[in-house]
Ligand binder design. Structure first.
Ligand SMILES: NC(=O)c1ccc[n+]([C@@H]2O[C@H](COP(=O)([O-])OP(=O)(O)OC[C@H]3O[C@@H](n4cnc5c(N)ncnc54)[C@H](O)[C@@H]3O)[C@@H](O)[C@H]2O)c1
Length: 460
């Protein structure tokens, strides 16, 4: 009897990357069996319901289409490893918090445990695909763990970094700018690379599938995130100058973005970037540069993070300064807590830092967000008695002295701001950390409005 599926694909790590990526492969390639495993049993259970463990527009539809047909979820990691021909490793690689390299280097413990589980359970040759973002030359370590055990089974390690952005993951996976596959230039490396190219070629145009050596692929991911974060810090640095000189950052962004060499995307000034990747990947890059004795290069990239922290700090300082140098006892509502719109992810969100700073100033903090309240509660779990969590933005703003926009959710732009104003303490302040609100209209209603990098609209 012919096998039911042409290939058996496994992904270890069913998080923000593993989940959507495998759902897309399963949806576009019904001829492959795609299985997701995770050590977190609750997460695996949630993937099998319509309450998915992550929020991502369009994801539920994609999962529903393939689940039970060729997309499966399991906690039996050894059995799934044994069966698989191609294994994607998409476990978390956070910043190390202990020992050598603490606060900078990538913590590779989850990744290494995965390599050892693969080695232990495997009985036939496999292709291992690094999907996690890793320090350059990590594939070498993976190969050493896997191929030097004396076992007869051979493993070919590829690097296939993921470039999706949370909030647009499904769109990005469906129509990626590029797919990058790094391999060894050996016969077996090139053959493995071809097998991975064949998977993506089911829906990605061939000219968008780039191949490279393994180290270039690993480094490209770190470099891409560093460049993206650098753009945000660059425009944020100019936003500070705008506030001093009465230039308007929105006008400056438009003017420089029309230069094709610069391009218009990722030029929105804001309260700063968050998310699980930018900071961690830049720290990792800095650590690698330091390892190679490249202190000037390390300092250059470190400054991207410094500007980001500066921008977040500045936001709170402006609030404090404009609200008569005290927020003690004042109710301040954070509109949004996710690190960006269309996700419930709060990892490294500027909201965390801002909430903590406000709490240190003894403000009463209220957090509202359409998707991220559960994660917000987790992030602030040591301060739950001092923070209120309220899904409804109108109720959250009731009695507040100030509203601060942290996340650029569209719904905040479209609120009945007269109603918000009427329910707030006076004078009512809006600090728009994303420049998404209609500032002149808010001013006409009665608010004092403080955007980023644009002239403030004060009532007095
Ligand atoms: N989140 C993003 O937008 C994004 C984008 C591109 C790349 N990346 C990279 O992808 C990787 C995964 O990121 P994420 O956001 O999906 O993380 P995540 O925390 O959402 O998911 C990782 C999952 O791996 C599981 N896991 C850890 N160790 C395991 C083990 N030994 N066996 C089985 N499962 C294990 C965890 O339980 C978790 O569910 C990271 O390296 C990250 O830098 C993330």
């Amino acid at each position: 009897m012919p096998p039911l599926f042409e290939k058996r694909i496994l992904c270890i790590g069913a998080g923000y990357v593993g989940g959507p990526t495998m759902a897309m492969i399963a949806s576009r390639c019904p001829q492959y069996q795609v299985t997701l495993v995770d050590i977190n049993h609750e997460k695996i259970a949630a993937w099998q319901t319509d309450e998915l463990p992550i929020y991502e527009p369009g994801l539920l539809r994609l999962v529903q289409e393939a689940r039970g047909r060729n997309l499966f979820f399991s906690t039996d990691i050894p059995a799934c490893i044994r069966e698989a021909d191609i294994i994607f490793v998409s476990v978390n690689t956070p910043t190390k918090t202990f020992g050598e390299g603490a606060g900078k280097a990538a913590d590779l413990q989850y990744w290494e445990k995965t390599a050892r589980s693969i080695l232990q359970a495997s009985q036939h040759d496999k292709i291992i695909v690094e999907k996690s973002t890793l320090p350059v030359r990590t594939a070498k370590a993976m190969e050493r763990i896997l191929n030097q055990s004396g076992k007869k089974v051979r493993f070919e390690v590829l690097s296939n970094p993921e470039f999706l952005a949370e909030g647009t993951a499904v769109r990005d996976l469906e129509n990626p700018d590029r797919v990058l596959i790094g391999s060894r230039e050996t016969d077996s490396g090139l053959c493995a690379r071809q097998q991975l190219v064949d998977i993506y070629a089911n829906w990605v145009p061939r000219e968008k599938i780039l191949t490279s050596n393994v180290w270039s692929a690993e480094l490209s991911k770190l470099a891409a995130n560093a460049f993206l974060a650098q753009r945000i810090s660059s425009i944020n640095s100019i936003s500070v100058l705008c506030e001093q000189t009465h230039a308007d950052i929105v006008e400056v962004s438009r003017a420089i973005g029309m230069d094709r060499r610069i391009g218009s995307r990722f030029l929105d000034a804001s309260v700063g970037f968050g998310g699980s990747c930018f900071k961690k990947d830049i720290l990792n890059l800095v650590y690698i540069c330091e390892h190679y004795g490249l202190s000037e290069i390390a300092r250059y990239w470190q400054s991207v993070l410094l500007i980001n922290e500066y921008q977040q700090n500045r936001f709170v300082k402006t609030m404090l300064h404009e609200m008569f140098n005290t927020v003690a006892g004042k109710r301040i509502t954070l509109f949004g807590f996710a690190f960006k719109k269309d996700t419930g992810d709060t990892r490294e969100s500027p909201g965390i830092w801002i909430a903590r700073k406000l709490l240190a100033e003894r403000a009463q903090v209220v957090v509202t967000d359409p998707q991220a309240l559960d994660n917000a509660r987790q992030e602030l779990k040591d301060a739950l008695d001092a923070v209120e969590f309220e899904p409804d933005p109108y109720r959250a703003a009731r009695g507040a002295h100030a509203v601060a926009v942290i996340t650029e959710w569209d719904l905040y732009r479209d609120l009945a701001w007269e109603r918000v104003y009427d329910s707030m303490e006076k004078p009512a302040f809006v600090f728009d950390g994303r420049n998404i609100l209609p500032h002149p209209r808010l001013y006409d209603i009665g608010f004092s409005v403080f955007p980023i990098g644009r002239p403030a609209l004060r009532q007095f």
